[in-house]
Design a protein around this ligand. Structure first.
Ligand code: SAM
Ligand code: DTB
Ligand code: SF4
Length: 334
């Protein structure tokens, strides 16, 4: 059986350590059983509250613990978010992800984020949020407002986690994922490579994700973007081949998940990215900016898609949801 969540770390290690071409070939074969080979899902990101985060994630420009020279920004107006979401939709994005530099949303923030979900959803976009830790009630309220995905990354292996973050523990992340799952939200969860972790940690991260009770629908694999002023600023650059191997084992062990090339794409060549698609990646963030760092940009991506013969995946669910909503309204008006 291909779709299983009882992978052992040893099995994943064996996959990871295969000759590179065997690994990528296997990943591409599995990819083609579950996805259209030349289709890439395109999401857009927007930071709705930037900087001054109380957490101490050693890679992050937004942590208040380091001096990264970032200009902090309070909650941005909902109207501004709607404008950005419309622009993203018009450029072909199907999912709009909103991120906030919070340890967790405060009760006073809930009406703000719930309104935002309703408005963005009404534009026919899939909605995604990443707001830090959630309790069960918050997860349910987000789901009821129309949230489709919640992003909450495990970031690295359980063993390496304390080297990267000290203001929370790995089990806090798993608890939030539990609340998100219980609320019926789709999970987007992945991690970062290039933090100075070992191969064993990259395998450990994918093992944790692939053995969750329900595999995440979407798995972002970020490549560290070194940020001036953070403790990881001078971390040795990870060999791109290791990033591709990580993508390939994610594809093989989570065959039905979207594997997303997230942070770090800006620093990669077209051929590096082509190899990542070959290894089973099938989702990207579009736009000039991620949350605080530059991204590849629409023009560059259009060129890349043209060169590789790739096309953006069309929205699947939302229009039918809207049609169902419209029908329900007609019925109740009768
Ligand atoms: N504050 C929320 C949280 O941490 O859950 C959401 C936003 S946070 C910026 C989302 C993810 O972005 C992190 O989990 C991490 O994987 C990734 N990320 C942040 N800074 C990064 C960097 N400099 N390079 C690569 N990935 C990064
Ligand atoms: C994820 O895994 N990557 C995105 C999204 N989830 C929220 C964020 C990447 C952030 C990169 C660093 C920055 O722009 O600040
Ligand atoms: Fe805060 Fe998220 Fe950055 Fe960690 S990754 S410092 S939680 S914004």
């Amino acid at each position: 059986m291909l779709h299983r969540n009882d992978w052992t770390r040893q099995e994943i290690q064996t996959l990871y350590q295969q000759p590179f071409l065997d690994l990528v070939f296997q990943a591409q074969q599995i990819h083609r059983q579950f996805f259209k080979p030349n289709e890439i899902q395109v999401s857009t990101l927007l930071s709705i509250k930037t900087g001054k985060c109380p957490e101490d994630c050693k890679y992050c420009s937004q942590s208040a613990h380091y001096d990264s020279n970032l200009e902090a920004e309070k909650r941005i107006a909902v109207e501004k978010v709607i404008q950005e979401a419309k622009a993203a939709r018009d450029l072909g994005s199907t999912r709009f992800c909103m991120g906030a530099a919070w340890r967790n949303p405060h009760e006073r923030d809930m009406p703000y984020v719930l309104e935002m979900v309703r408005e963005v959803k009404a534009l026919g976009l899939e909605t995604c949020m990443t707001l830090g830790m959630l309790n069960a009630d918050q997860a349910t309220r987000l789901k009821d407002a129309g949230l489709d995905y919640y992003n909450h990354n495990l970031d690295t292996s359980r063993e390496y986690y304390p080297n990267i973050i000290s203001t929370r523990v790995f089990d806090d992340r798993l608890n939030t994922l539990q609340h998100v799952r219980d609320a019926g939200l789709n999970i987007c969860s992945g991690g970062i490579v290039g933090l100075g972790e070992s191969e064993h940690d990259r395998i450990g991260l994918i093992h944790e994700l692939a053995t969750l009770p329900i595999q995440p629908k979407s798995v972002p694999i970020n490549l560290l973007v070194p940020i001036q002023g953070t403790p990881l600023e001078h971390t040795e650059k990870l060999d791109v081949i290791e990033w591709i191997r990580t993508i390939a084992i994610a594809r093989i062990t989570m065959p039905k998940s979207y594997i997303r090339l997230s942070a770090g794409r800006e620093s990669l060549s077209d051929s590096d990215q082509a190899l990542a698609f070959m290894a089973g990646a099938n989702s990207i963030f579009s736009g000039e900016k991620l949350l605080t760092t530059p991204n590849a940009g629409q023009g560059k991506d259009q060129q890349l898609f043209g060169k590789l013969g790739l096309r953006a995946e069309k929205a699947k669910t939302d229009h039918s949801d809207l049609a169902i909503d419209a029908m329900a309204e007609l019925i109740s008006a009768d």
